[in-house]
Design a protein around this ligand. Structure first.
Ligand SMILES: [Zn+2]
Ligand SMILES: [Zn+2]
Length: 369
């Protein structure tokens, strides 16, 4: 059976997007067709436009309602509301020991623009185009997703609340709660307070980390970080960050998270650490750049540097926990969200680039609305 959708097509890196009618491929056994209600936008959607042949369909934080299921699907059925989280292979040693965030196949499954068997899920004017981004390509009214990436969601949560969760929020909160298992007695310095950094600060408050220091160059973001639980805020352009951190924390920080992707931040993070301190990173430097930091100082501090993918989260367990904390008023991630109509996708990207929106979420027109 053929499925059709309206997808945001991008033909050159950096856009613009145009909404066009596409045809979706037949479902594989382990796939599910989801009618998309909302989809979050993150920098990854822009960054990877230059790494696959275009045109293509991006979007990796979809949420919506199951319309059809492949023959082997058992955990969801038509009518179920779901969040589409990140894909994994299910067969490598890391997947088998329930650590899908370490899956060997993650880069290919997320970024290759096709399924693991090499096929594409979207056809535009009869031509297969780059799709299956994060095995979803959810900048479209319908998306094909893997069964195991789906997380059940309550019917009474707003679509944008679901679609804001599965990437940056999961990653930032997961870094604190899963990767490092922080708690009372720990202290945290967060470089860059976008979605990942702010989620980390909110999570650190939940688990009782007493000192939560936000570092950024955007004063309005620093103000928001304070609103959302940062105990201290530093302007990286004005302040000597390590010196100030050591004033507040006489034994240095137990943890630092680097989400700003700026050259000086990782060097500063090392300088902020106390003995046995840990640094989490979420990305590498932009192409053509190198980040330098003192390995000697990291060593002398008995410190470690940890790459973090998807907040070391198993989404089916972790996202329900975050939604529960939100309902209890303890993890107010709704305050990061700006919503846009799907048709305004270009404005949403511009607002993300300019720092006007922290977590833009596209909301899709629904039948009868
Ligand atoms: Zn795997
Ligand atoms: Zn993302």
């Amino acid at each position: 059976m053929a499925y059709f959708a309206t997808a945001a097509i991008v033909r050159e890196p950096g856009g613009p997007f145009s909404l066009e009618r596409v045809e979706l491929d037949a479902l594989r056994e382990n796939e599910v067709l989801v009618r998309i209600e909302a989809c979050g936008i993150c920098h990854t959607d822009a960054k990877f436009q230059s790494r696959v042949p275009l045109p293509g369909v991006f979007g990796h934080e979809g949420a919506g309602v199951v319309e059809e299921t492949g023959g082997a699907v058992t955990s969801v059925r038509a009518g179920d509301r779901v969040i589409i989280s990140y894909p994994w292979c299910g067969a490598c040693p890391y997947c088998e020991r329930a650590e899908p965030f370490k899956c060997e196949k993650i880069p290919a499954l997320k970024f290759a623009g096709k399924r693991s068997d090499g096929s594409r899920t979207v056809r535009l004017n009869g031509q297969a185009v780059s799709s299956a981004f994060f095995q979803q390509s959810s900048f479209a009214t319908r998306a094909i997703a893997l069964e195991h990436a789906l997380v059940p969601a309550a019917n009474n949560m707003a679509p944008e609340m679901l679609a804001a969760l599965p990437c940056g929020v999961q990653t930032g909160a997961g870094a604190v709660m899963n990767t490092f298992g922080m708690g009372p007695g720990d202290s945290l310095v967060v470089f860059g307070v976008g979605t990942v950094g702010l989620s980390a600060i909110m999570a650190a408050r939940v688990v009782g980390v007493s000192t939560r220091i936000a570092v950024d160059i955007n004063l309005s973001r620093l103000a928001r970080a304070r609103d959302l639980g940062a105990t201290h805020a530093l302007d990286a352009r004005e302040d000597d960050v390590p010196r100030r951190v050591w004033e507040w924390l006489p034994r240095g920080a137990s943890h630092a998270l680097e989400s700003s992707i700026t050259a000086s931040a990782l060097a500063d993070a090392v300088q902020c650490l106390g003995q046995g301190g840990k640094i989490g990173i979420f990305s590498g430097p932009p192409p053509g750049q190198e980040f330098r930091f003192s390995t000697l100082e990291l060593f002398q501090r008995v410190g470690s540097l940890h790459g973090i993918i998807q907040g070391s989260a198993v989404p089916g367990e972790f996202l329900p926990r975050l939604m529960e904390l939100q309902r209890a008023g303890r993890f107010p991630y709704e305050r990061l969200i700006s919503t846009y109509d799907f048709a305004d996708i270009n404005r949403a990207f511009a607002d993300l680039d300019e720092g006007i929106a922290i977590k833009p979420v596209l909301v899709f027109p629904q039948e009868g609305s």
